[in-house]
Design a protein around this ligand. Structure first.
Ligand SMILES: [Ca+2]
Ligand SMILES: [Ca+2]
Ligand SMILES: [Ca+2]
Ligand SMILES: [Ca+2]
Length: 305
């Protein structure tokens, strides 16, 4: 009886040991330190008298200059898998849309039009770029293939329609428009139909940014007298002030896991890059407030679990 018990215990221990050994290679494949809140933050800083695009890690370390030329480079926006950055370069005396790899290499010109072409944003699948152009005499939202072909106008109003951003499922575009007299966040289908005013407030409401799951939109509103970062549900309900600071807080962009928002603020001097939790807590400055750092965009990362 005793020997039978010892044998059973040995068999169980062996099975456990084999299971542990088999599990080890699986564990080794899982990046234990990977956090979906990470991903770099691209922004614009002034270097040598003109605007250049930089990136930093999400804790503010690792500052890297990505563009290097004598003209202004602005408005960086990462592709959804984080490998490319669309941006604006002031070439030939007007703004054009460019794309580069996220390390700054492989710069490619996408638009070639004497009007202003700006506010580029990749569609979630990377096949399209939405942008703003004033080529018909005032600002409208356009969409094109990512190589610049097939440019189509989506809005057609006498007002300023600008700052497009895609919903994460690619079906809709949120944007700024002052067609009601002051700026509101509108949303429309990707073909320009079914336009809805989400904010409907007499103050200026601008800069929409979807959360990665599409359930929330961060935006900027001046309804308390100065620019603040707000968050709302994607249907416009539950509009909530997150920053509550007397200086200018603007340009929100969500972290890859949706837990944080990066933004710009001049609360400590010149514009600097800040992050906060999505409930407005832990507002933290990442860049030097004596330098002008603006228009941050958080690099999305594929979730690798
Ligand atoms: Ca142009
Ligand atoms: Ca217009
Ligand atoms: Ca408004
Ligand atoms: Ca403020």
């Amino acid at each position: 009886m005793y020997r039978w018990k010892v044998s059973l215990i040995l068999i169980i221990l062996s099975a456990l040991l084999i299971g542990l050994v088999m599990a080890l290679p699986m564990s080794a494949k899982t990046p234990a330190s990977f956090s979906p809140a990470k991903g770099k933050i691209a922004f614009v800083g002034n270097k040598g008298g003109n605007d250049e695009i930089f990136s930093i890690n999400s804790d503010g370390s690792g500052r890297t200059q990505l563009t290097h030329d004598a003209v202004n480079n602005n408005l960086p926006k990462y592709s959804l898998n984080g490998d490319k950055i669309a941006f604006v370069k002031n070439t030939d005396g007007n703004d054009e849309i460019y794309v580069m790899k996220s390390d700054g290499s492989g710069e490619t010109r996408i638009t070639n039009n004497p009007a202003r072409d700006y506010d580029p944003v990749f569609s979630p699948d990377g096949s399209k770029i939405g942008f703003t152009s004033n080529r018909d005499g005032n600002e409208e939202i356009y969409i094109m293939n990512a190589d610049g072909s097939g440019q189509v106008r989506l809005t057609n109003t006498p007002a300023h329609d600008c700052y497009p951003t895609f919903s994460p499922d690619g079906s809709r575009i949120a944007f700024n428009s002052n067609q009601t007299g002051d700026y509101e966040i509108f949303i429309m289908d990707v073909d320009g139909r079914n336009k809805i005013d989400l904010t409907n407030n007499p103050a200026q409401d601008t800069c929409p940014s979807f959360s990665p799951d599409g359930s929330k939109i961060a935006f900027v509103s001046q309804r308390d007298g100065d620019p603040e970062i707000y968050i709302m549900n994607a249907d416009g309900s539950g509009q909530t002030n997150l920053t509550c600071n007397p200086r200018a807080d603007s340009w929100p962009s969500f972290s890859p896991d949706g837990g944080k928002i990066v933004f710009q603020s001049n609360r400590n001097g010149d514009f600097a890059i800040f992050t906060m939790n999505v409930d407005g807590s832990s507002q933290t400055r990442l860049t030097d407030s004596a330098e002008c750092s603006q228009t941050p965009n958080w690099q999305p990362l594929p979730i690798r679990f």
